[in-house]
Design a protein around this ligand. Structure first.
Ligand code: ATP
Ligand code: MG
Length: 171
């Protein structure tokens, strides 16, 4: 299954618009990419990944802060999707455990926000089930950046697959 990651990001923004507005967080999309980018994967599951990361960026971000998404080409046929906030950041000692189920950072900002500590465990599970990777970089008082990779389905690859199939079919 392939889908347009740009459209999926726009849809996720639309779904979270009210939630962001309540905290006066602006959702921004680094629009170097006006065109569709087709990627391989389970659209609903990747939507869940985007949503979990963006909800975190809104929840743990500063009021009147920003949550920014960008998509960039990586080596070969990969793209990397980044979700960046300018919130409180995460102290280094917590980073290795962030993706564990039920793990929450014991920090005033975090505790005042509800949550079960499952969001990132789900994100990691989905990304790894796609054979891809999730990364986090964070600095206290500066903010956090969560990023994950996806495999592109180029127009060329799609055409090639069709040709391969018809060759096999005609044999
Ligand atoms: P849930 O997502 O299940 O509602 P949650 O947000 O607490 O609950 P996770 O999304 O797994 O759970 O995040 C785990 C913890 O990591 C959070 O409780 C928070 O302390 C920290 N965290 C996650 N994202 C950020 C972020 N963008 N900035 C600062 N801290 C974060
Ligand atoms: Mg969460």
């Amino acid at each position: 299954e392939d889908f347009d990651i740009i459209e999926l990001i726009q849809n996720t923004f639309d779904l979270l618009e009210m939630r962001a507005a309540k905290k006066e967080v602006s959702l921004t999309f680094d629009m170097n990419y006006p065109n569709p980018i087709y990627v391989n994967g389970d659209k609903e599951k990747i939507q869940q990944v985007m949503s979990n990361l963006l909800v975190n960026a809104i929840k743990y971000g500063l009021p009147k802060g920003t949550a920014e998404v960008s998509v960039e080409d990586l080596i070969k046929n990969k793209v990397i999707v980044r979700v960046t906030d300018n919130g409180a950041g995460i102290p280094k000692q917590h980073i290795p455990r962030l993706f564990e189920r039920f793990y929450r950072v014991d920090q005033s900002g975090s505790r005042s926000e509800g949550g079960s500590g499952l969001g990132l465990a789900i994100v990691k599970h989905i990304v790894e089930a796609h054979g891809e990777k999730i990364y986090v970089e964070s600095e206290v008082d500066v903010g956090s950046e969560f990023s994950f990779t996806l495999e592109k389905t180029s127009a060329a690859t799609k055409t090639l697959n069709k040709e391969e199939k018809s060759t096999i079919g005609s044999n």
